[in-house]
Design a protein around this ligand. Structure first.
Ligand SMILES: Nc1ncnc2c1ncn2[C@@H]1O[C@H](COP(=O)(O)OP(=O)(O)O)[C@@H](O)[C@H]1O
Ligand SMILES: [Mg+2]
Length: 185
């Protein structure tokens, strides 16, 4: 623990937490990207950004899963998010923020949009193959597969409301040790 002299008194000393710099790779990595849902290459830009930074950070083994996860989450923001203030700002671009972070054995991916409606996170596998019988369509519905895939790839998936009372972020956490073990198996 680092001890620093107080700014206010030459005689008093205070104990402060060691300063963690975001520029020190030992403290993890952080990148953010702002997109507009109207951009035709919006999902590709998010996917490429995530792939590119993970490569740069030496996390090649996490690239495939992370690209798929971010594609689904940004795709959802594009297709499902209706901004809370859409009536106040007709025609305005819809903002999407992508957050990518590692610390130190975890990879976090977040996608924020301007819609405070929560995502419809799957509760689990409620249709077993036995129950579905010959009706294979029951296992392959037309919608609702994206977050199911994300849940399968990630170690945790959740959402949080936007900080200023609007919008939300859908988050997922991938454990790098697990990804590395699966990659090396
Ligand atoms: N960012 C989002 N904003 C609002 N609703 C969302 C968002 N993401 C997902 N949802 C809701 O959750 C549902 C399930 O998402 P998903 O599993 O990706 O299936 P799909 O996109 O095929 O409908 C969506 O149909 C939508 O109703
Ligand atoms: Mg989807």
């Amino acid at each position: 623990m680092e001890v620093q002299q107080s700014k206010h008194s030459a005689n008093a000393s205070v104990t402060v937490a060691p300063h963690r710099s975001v520029h020190d790779p030992d403290n993890g990595h952080f990148r953010a990207l702002t997109l507009h849902a109207e951009d035709p290459d919006c999902v590709k830009a998010a996917r490429d950004m995530v792939g590119c930074y993970l490569q740069t950070w030496g996390l090649t083994y996490a690239v495939d899963d992370a690209r798929l996860v971010v594609s689904e989450l940004v795709g959802n923001a594009v297709h499902h998010a209706v901004p809370d203030n859409r009536l106040a700002m007709p025609g305005a671009a819809r903002r999407i923020d992508v957050w990518l972070m590692t610390y130190p054995d975890l990879l976090g991916i977040g996608v924020s949009d301007e819609d405070s409606t929560p995502p419809d996170l799957p509760a689990g596998e409620f249709i077993s193959p036995e129950l579905a019988g010959d009706f294979i369509e029951a296992l392959l519905p037309d919608r609702g597969r994206g977050l199911f895939i994300v849940q399968r790839l990630a170690d945790a998936v959740w959402w949080s409301p936007g900080l200023n009372g609007g919008g939300k972020t859908v988050w997922c956490r991938l454990d790098l040790d697990r990804l590395w073990a699966e990659h090396s198996a």
